[in-house]
Design a protein around this ligand. Structure first.
Ligand SMILES: Cc1cc2nc3c(=O)[nH]c(=O)nc-3n(C[C@H](O)[C@H](O)[C@H](O)COP(=O)(O)O)c2cc1C
Length: 318
């Protein structure tokens, strides 16, 4: 990518989002990244009446700069779970010139905040909106606990693991091609699609290599017991093996997949398994909770009607 435009959604003179963007520009100096300070494009809050009188000159200038750019890096502060009013206003003005003002160009979304979430709540919202504004959303990254993880003297992320994540986000953003990031819901939906088609490789690739799987009970288990804890993608193979040695799945319905806060995706549905050892049907509602990281399932918890399983398995208690 040749001309990249970087900006923040902050009008704070000491903006931590600006520090994050500047650190990225310093780090990738070989790239043509131009920083633009949106404070200089401060304009009245959008109103149809002002609009009728004419679009403010700074917005017309900003739109021209957008037109010349080939990709965008936006670091957005979070105010009460949403983008700042300052940024929203500039977006409103740009959108009246052209609804899809990002014009089918790549976008990297960043955020940071003093809190642990790094303003990732509102980034989930922006992830859905950027495509409506014409952006090809390539990658996102949130830096949590800014004061603990950023060295303001050296102007660099001081936490090596976090720095690696930012590098990765930038590399994905800068890669040629149309690969657009999957939403968290898409990741889980992809897992279900693979599951419903018996696509073992697809299922395993949906799991993060370092995943944590809880099948009903959060406790250690003998290798061939289905319920319990599995760790790593390698162990996920055993999880699938345990399911298929116990059951023949007659039906697996997904009724709802929704995203909650903090990269959590909640899904619910029903299934009907034939218990191989008894020939009885095990019918159950289920709930699945997934935490998504790097477009993979990092944490997976599956809950079903254990009492119905006991009955279908002919287990008797004295
Ligand atoms: C009105 C208000 C609401 C805020 N809401 C949130 C929030 O929902 N989530 C969050 O992580 N930080 C929140 N913050 C803290 C901001 O993340 C913090 O002020 C940060 O410095 C803003 O980024 P900036 O320095 O780049 O402007 C809020 C701050 C203000 C003033």
């Amino acid at each position: 990518m040749k001309k990249i435009l970087a900006f923040t959604g902050s009008n704070h003179p000491e903006s931590i989002n600006e520090k994050l963007v500047q650190s990225l520009i310093n780090r990738f100096q070989e790239h043509d990244i131009r920083f633009i300070d949106l404070k200089k494009f401060d304009v009245p809050i959008y109103s149809a009446a002002i609009h009728e009188a004419g679009i403010p000159q700074p917005i017309l200038e900003l739109f021209e700069i957008f037109k010349e750019s080939e990709g965008f890096i936006l670091s957005s502060p979070e105010h009460n779970g949403l983008p700042s009013a300052f940024l929203k206003n500039i977006i409103d003005w740009l959108s009246v010139i052209k609804q899809r003002f990002f014009d089918s160009k790549p976008v990297l979304l960043l955020s940071t905040s003093p809190g642990a979430t790094g303003a990732s709540t509102h980034l989930g919202i922006l992830t859905k909106l950027v495509p409506l504004w014409g952006g090809l959303l390539k990658s996102t990254y949130s830096l949590g606990s800014f004061q603990d993880n950023f060295d303001e003297e050296k102007m660099i992320i001081s936490n090596a693991e976090e720095l690696q994540k930012l590098d990765r986000a930038f590399q994905i953003f800068n890669k040629e091609g149309e690969n657009i990031i999957k939403s968290n819901v898409d990741v889980v939906q992809g897992y279900f699609n693979a599951f419903q088609h018996g696509d073992i490789e697809g299922i395993l690739n949906s799991f993060h290599p370092d995943c944590y799987i809880v099948s009903v009970k959060e406790e250690e288990r003998p290798t061939e017991q289905l319920h319990g804890v599995y760790r790593t993608r390698e162990d996920a193979k055993q999880f699938l093996k345990n399911i298929s040695s116990l059951f023949e799945t007659k039906e697996f319905l997904v009724q709802q997949v929704v995203e909650a806060q903090g990269n959590l995706v909640v899904a619910k549905g029903t299934f009907s398994h034939l218990v191989k050892s008894t020939g009885k049907l095990f019918n159950s509602n289920w709930v699945q909770l997934c935490i998504i990281e790097d477009e993979m399932i990092k944490e997976y918890r599956f809950y079903e009607d254990s009492a119905a399983l006991i009955e279908a398995s002919n287990i008797q208690y004295a």
